[in-house]
Write a protein that binds this ligand. Sequence first.
Ligand SMILES: Cc1cc2nc3c(=O)[nH]c(=O)nc-3n(C[C@H](O)[C@H](O)[C@H](O)COP(=O)(O)OP(=O)(O)OC[C@H]3O[C@@H](n4cnc5c(N)ncnc54)[C@H](O)[C@@H]3O)c2cc1C
Length: 447
Amino acid sequence: MVMIKVKKLPHDAGPAAWNSILANRIAAPALAERRNADWLIIGAGFAGLAAARRLRELHPVDRIVLVEASTVADGPAGRNSGFMIDLPHDLSSDDYGGAVDADRQQTVVNRAAIKFAENTAKDFGLNEEALVVSGKINAAATSNGLANNRDYAAHLTTMQESHELLDAAQMKSITGIDYYQGGLFTPGTAMLQPALYIRGMADGVVRMGVDLYEKSPVVSLQLAGTDWIAKTPSGAITAPRVILAVNGHAESFGFYQRKLMHVFTYGSMTRRLCADDVKRLGGEARWGITPADPMGTTVRRLSGIGGDRLIIRNRFTYNPSMEVTSNRLDRVALSHNQAFKARFNSLGDIPMEYTWGGRLCVSRNNVQAVEEVRPGLFTAVCQNGLGAAKGTLGGMVVAELASGYSSELVRQVSGQGGLKSLPPEPIAWVGANAIIRWDEFQAGREL
Ligand SMILES: Cc1cc2nc3c(=O)[nH]c(=O)nc-3n(C[C@H](O)[C@H](O)[C@H](O)COP(=O)(O)OP(=O)(O)OC[C@H]3O[C@@H](n4cnc5c(N)ncnc54)[C@H](O)[C@@H]3O)c2cc1C
């Protein structure tokens, strides 16, 4: 008999700002009964919601149940920076690039995910603020950053990908600030208001007949004959096929032990900018920049449902416990304020209204796990910090894989060759944190 007791439930650090600035939403009920289904999906992030949508397309009358430990858009999928990136974006490299053939393949599959998300957003009637393919800029604040951008641009030329190098004046006219010496624009990234997108996805799959339960963490999974029984604190679901879309929490279900690196990154969002602030800032009303050095600071300028705001994202920490303390958030808030002041000093004192952290799951060899791990039990996890595109991709593909479909996409995404083991603790902890700190130090003004 296979009996899995879930060792740890997700704990999200700080408020989910993107979700907090939207109107209140009535959550779906918690599971409070014993019921049967044809499919159970665990986790309502990018992967779980994409799997729900794809399964519904493939099986119009099957009973599909989706359970989420937290509330929709409060988990990592609703608290990220909202870049659904088409091009290679290896966070452990110097300039995001890797081997040309592998990067070409990755770009093709990322674009399949973006297309899927775009079509879904259209079918579900989401507005442009939830998802728009408007591209992104790798911004450079230092000569090293400019060199990274040039290297990456050369890589894109080899890949025959369109891109445009921007000078300091162009960067100023977009951002309103003169912090950046240059930028590299690529057109294929979809920009999300992540909480609006995730809410819209959840509402859309429910309208398609998927049964959603929130505040319903799965605490155990048991194989009884050919059925899995998933227990939550006040209910249970029996289903022959289960999709585990919980990213790093796959380890809490006993899978991929010592193969998943649990990393946190952090965001802060200002209070609403008033008309005066907006005027003083200048530039365009909406933009998004990733740092030319992967260890640098991501910045977004929003203008929409939650008002005009600026968002800072930086710092990584390796946390095998999958949790961070409020002290850590306090220290990160200082780093965010520093990065904000360095860039937006001309705005004077604009306080951050929210500071939060969120989990990433990274593998040592930068691959995902999309596969059948036990009879009828499938995973779509380990998105390597790029879950907007890769989680969506994993969800689409796992739905097809579990339905017995084979295609080039399924072959490519599910056959990534397995996750490489991590070194033992405390070597991994000391090594990972030392490398992160050193790389952040080296990032200089990019941070
Ligand atoms: C500050 C920040 C900025 C980021 N920026 C970007 C970005 O710009 N672009 C990008 O691509 N990625 C970004 N990321 C990473 C991205 O958010 C993740 O890669 C993505 O959310 C992973 O998607 P997922 O669906 O696989 O997992 P998740 O979004 O983590 O969803 C898994 C869900 O499973 C639920 N769950 C876990 N255990 C259980 C259980 N026992 N029972 C039921 N449910 C359970 C969790 O509550 C969670 O909602 C960022 C992350 C952070 C924190």
